[in-house]
Design a protein around this ligand. Structure first.
Ligand SMILES: C[S@@+](CC[C@H](N)C(=O)[O-])C[C@H]1O[C@@H](n2cnc3c(N)ncnc32)[C@H](O)[C@@H]1O
Length: 511
């Protein structure tokens, strides 16, 4: 066994029985290691949980003794797969349909009607994310809720992304098969209407609901989001419940900030009642609904317009003002002056974008573009800011303007493809991806996007060819290298994703 410091966890385990009395013990170092590697927080009071979890993981790693396993873990660079095994033992995937009736009541009576009202007759799209979805009951509950409350659901483009760190629970989520215990909070009639009985007495979700939900692996602490490339951007509603409690305070702050960035202006974050805290969500406006506290993203401009303080906002949705179209209004605003966008507004817009203030970033650039011929980089940033606000038609128009100004920039064609995909226009997206690859055959993300497109059409052989093109390109990179145009996705993470997608049986899992 490899030693860490002067004493190993195994030595320590022989010397005292859990939970440890001494905070500076090898077990406390394991706790710190887990916090650094995975963001999971095991303070002194929870060392017994940590030891129990490691006892479970030890078997999967081939150890009989959990303490020896802990020593090995701390002395070994862990792969993502090993981290996932650990996570599956250190977290609890406890969940059930319509968990916390007050929350679903608030979603049904306040949040969804407001979102639908704001979008009806315009871009009829809704983007929901169940972050830390465990075995999927929460995400399917959202899908059922939409099905129940939106008679014209088929006329909407609905995305329900459901993610978790634990591949075991995700597999169960994808299978959509549940026992009685998952229905303990379910309103009457839901089981009959949305589930079929299996031969062994369990319940399988019907395809009309299942197809609304896409399951993906996301580590909320480690992974890069929001990202157009992973479809984790421009969310209208994020449920992130009963998971923040696992994270150390600093990590909670980081995760909440990233979730804030992943929302459109006016979008909602829902946590569990026990996680709600004014201190943890300073970027959000607090909305009190009976039995629940909701958090709404309102950028500074809309807070000012409504004259509202950062708390106790009434839920009200004004349709967004249409954004200036890149062609007509600019020409009308002022005759084009030669010269590029001034650096100052551009730098300010970059800064706003990085803070997740996409609406304000777009406004800053639009004001500047009305005075000066925009540089390609300003068109690019504007297209991204608008896409992250879910304003896809405007984003596309500015992306086209970017491409017109710089036809050879592969990033423009790739961004165009991603926006078109979000817009539900896969054939045009494929054309843009092919143009990107014509310009740069080594553009990894374009190969992967083409693979995903083929896969979504059931063309698995073609998908494999595209993924196979990406693999050697990724192999040339360091696993921690961030891929261009990916918003921070690393080469290692994408390699693992491709491996999971192309593994035997992957298609059955993703059914
Ligand atoms: C108690 S369940 C919550 C399920 C559901 N959100 C609910 O409230 O019913 C917690 C989930 O968080 C997941 N989890 C823990 N750490 C995570 C991380 N860093 N990233 C993503 N998911 C994580 C666990 O795998 C587990 O499935």
């Amino acid at each position: 066994m490899r030693r860490v410091g002067s004493r190993t966890v195994a030595d320590d385990a022989q010397a005292m029985s859990p939970p440890d009395r001494d905070r500076d013990t090898p077990w406390a170092r394991v706790s710190q290691f887990i916090a650094e590697q995975m963001g999971l927080h095991f303070p002194h009071e929870r060392l017994a949980d940590l030891q129990r979890g490691l006892a479970g993981a030890a078997g999967e790693f081939g150890f009989q003794d959990p303490a020896a396993c802990a020593d090995w873990l701390m002395a070994t660079p862990l792969t993502k797969a090993q981290l996932q095994v650990l996570a599956s033992h250190l977290t609890v995937g406890e969940t059930y349909f319509f968990r916390d009736a007050n929350t679903f009541e608030a979603l049904a009576s306040r949040v969804l009607p407001a979102l639908v009202h704001a979008r009806r007759g315009r871009e009829q799209r809704l983007r929901l994310w169940s972050a830390a979805c465990a075995s999927g009951e929460e995400a399917y509950s959202l899908a059922i809720l939409l099905h129940q409350s939106m008679p014209d659901l088929k006329d909407w483009r609905v995305t329900i992304l459901a993610t978790d760190i634990n591949p075991h629970v995700l597999r169960k989520a994808v299978s959509g098969v549940y026992g009685e215990w998952s229905f303990r909070g379910v309103p009457r009639g839901v089981k009959d209407r949305y589930f079929d009985r299996t031969s062994d007495g369990r319940y399988v979700i019907r395809s009309e609901v299942r197809t609304l939900v896409a399951f993906e692996h996301v580590n909320l602490v480690e992974d890069a989001y929001p990202s157009l490339a992973t479809d984790t951007n421009a969310m209208d509603l994020i449920l992130c419940r009963n998971v923040l409690m696992y994270f150390a305070p600093a990590q909670v702050g980081t995760v909440v900030t990233k979730l804030h960035h992943a929302l459109v202006d006016g979008g909602w974050l829902v946590v569990s009642p026990s996680e709600a805290s004014q201190a943890l969500f300073p970027q959000f406006v607090t909305v009190n609904v009976p039995g629940v506290i909701l958090y709404q993203k309102r950028d500074a401009r809309s807070r000012e317009e409504s004259g509202a303080p950062a708390r106790e906002m009434p839920v009200s949705w004004e349709p967004q003002a249409p954004v200036a179209h890149p062609a007509a209004p600019l020409a009308a605003a002022s005759p084009e002056k030669p010269g590029a966008v001034e650096p100052l507004p551009y730098a300010a817009a970059v800064s706003l974008f990085e803070q997740g203030c996409y609406g304000e970033a777009a406004d800053t650039l639009l004001a500047s573009c009305a005075q000066h011929t925009p540089e390609p980089r300003a068109c690019s940033l504007l297209a991204r800011a608008l896409a992250n606000q879910g304003r896809l038609a405007d984003a596309l128009a500015w992306c086209d303007r970017w491409i017109a100004a710089d036809k050879l920039d592969t990033a423009g064609h790739y961004l165009r493809a991603v926006i078109l995909l979000e817009h539900g226009r896969p054939d045009e997206a494929r054309g843009s991806l092919q143009r990107a690859l014509y310009l740069d055959p080594n553009f990894v993300l374009a190969h992967v996007a083409l693979g995903n497109l083929a896969r979504s059409r059931g063309q698995d052989d073609e998908a494999k060819k595209h993924f196979a093109n990406a693999v050697p390109l990724l192999a040339r990179l360091h696993p921690d290298d961030r891929l261009p145009e990916s918003d921070g996705l690393t080469a290692g993470r994408l390699t693992e994703t491709i491996a999971a997608l192309t593994a035997p049986g992957a298609r059955d899992d993703a059914r």
